[in-house]
Write a protein that binds this ligand. Sequence first.
Ligand code: ADP
Ligand code: MG
Length: 376
Amino acid sequence: MTDFRSVFGAAPDGVWAAPGRVNLIGEHTDYNDGFVLPIALPHTAKATVRRRDDDLLRLYSEQGDGRVTEVGPAGLTPGGVTGWAAYPAAVVWALREAGHPVGGLDVHIDSDVPTGAGLSSSAALECVLAAACDGLYGLGLAPAELALIAQRAENTFVGVPCGVMDQMASLCCAEGGALFLDTRDLTQRQVPLDLAGQGLRLLVVDTRVKHDLGDGAYARLRAGCERAAALLGLPALRDLPLAALDGALARLPAELRPLVRHVVTEDARVEQAVALLDAGDLAGLGPILSAGHASLRDDFGVSCPETDLAVAAAVDAGALGARMTGGGFGGSVVALVAEAGAEQVAKAVGAAFAAAGHAEPGLFTALPSAGARRLA
Ligand code: ADP
Ligand code: MG
């Protein structure tokens, strides 16, 4: 264990935190201008930070490579920083690119968001840097503006063509609610999610299968969606109404049809979920989660044996519904469970993993938590 002072030999100016997220429904919709419904996790990336009076970045993470990465202004270009330090460096680069006067920083990171688990440790890391820079350099940017900068950082500097959901969730979620976000214009609304009040719980299962979004699969899916929208003469798949889906599918090549079917039905599931939550029917979310998983597994093709097993075991043991969450190819599953049956569901998932010879999954209850904030 290190802290800021032991690494940098001086006192910090402040401490910020930004959370990871669990997306309840709306997967692979955010780069199709569609809808999403994430909650922020209690797990956060913390950044302890000091302003420097030069342009140098010095970056250290408790979960990093055990050394301080130094980046001068000349090295701060896409491709110029590799490894974990690319994420925080990217944010400083994107802020400067957008004309914001951000100088040098010493940064100590400590995060309890599991990495590569589909819970968005990368956005937590980016967003805590964005919030810290905003605070330390008095930029006065709105959370949504910081989210767009963090997304640009990940897209252009790190090289992951992600949508804007993770960054918006990390910066804009509020405690006790889910963030209903229209990713086209960033219109957002907090939807109350009083799970405990209805005797419910969200159980997260980290399958321990590390996804790697850098392997090109994500980019291929995104390109497929964009090609389908272009063939249909639409700005984005979000513009295809559910009622027009069947007619549109008939006009597309066979390999694009399942992608389009997933995105269009998934947008509809987000709207259904929000209507149920607004009506106070939290249990009604269960079947929507399960339908979303079937769509990701059968149409979008981003599930894997471990996420399928976790979903099946949870539902068999009494969960109201369950789905993989995050980009896929591993990562985590979120299950809606009755509080009284939560223990049983957790045990059943663990037993199913043991029986299949998989590593022991990580299990925790996700409480809808606050977005990025200053701690000290
Ligand atoms: P996810 O966002 O689902 O956790 P990603 O592949 O998008 O998965 O991001 C994981 C990467 O983010 C890690 O491989 C690492 O480079 C970086 N990262 C996240 N949190 C930390 C941390 N606390 N310290 C160092 N690197 C981190
Ligand atoms: Mg990520």
